[in-house]
Design a protein around this ligand. Structure first.
Ligand code: ZN
Length: 146
């Protein structure tokens, strides 16, 4: 729940930034003059507005992509960035036996994320594997046995 709330908050921040840029574009770029008693639409007929709209669209896509990309590489529990990527698998046997993948781990041990690197039939989803309480397991190893 916290993970999804963080993603929604980032997307809301992206929307707020884009809304501010949109208002600035409308304030800074004036409407084109009326030509022969007709008001032409701004998008295809006014070059500064069309160029600004192109840059606005690319900026919006880039910010939304960055927000989602950053969220996919965070721990699902504590939202810290995953660390220590380890590659496994083999490129020579990539299709059937051991497809290459990158495994990253939360620095506090909440879980690991497996990201497949080979996409044969569409994009394979990443797999999150939650860990148990690793500190309890370590303490149990240290306890004297009866
Ligand atoms: Zn974590």
């Amino acid at each position: 729940m916290r993970y999804w709330a963080y993603l929604v908050a980032k997307l809301a921040a992206v929307f707020a930034v884009l809304r501010g840029i949109w208002l600035a574009m409308n304030a800074l770029l004036p409407e084109p003059e009326i030509f022969l008693y007709t008001r032409l639409p701004r998008f295809p007929n006014d070059l500064p507005w069309t160029a600004a709209l192109l840059v606005f669209w690319l900026l919006g896509l880039a910010l939304a992509y960055l927000a989602v990309w950053d969220s996919r590489r965070r721990c699902r529990v504590c939202l810290r960035r995953l660390r220590m990527p380890v590659e496994s698998g083999s490129w020579s046997r990539a299709t059937l036996f051991s497809p290459p993948r990158v495994t990253s781990i939360c620095p506090y041990g909440h879980g690991t994320l497996d990201v497949p690197e080979v996409h044969v039939s569409g994009q394979n989803p990443s797999e999150w594997h939650a860990h148990g309480d690793i500190w309890r397991e370590l303490e149990e190893l240290d306890r004297p046995r009866k």
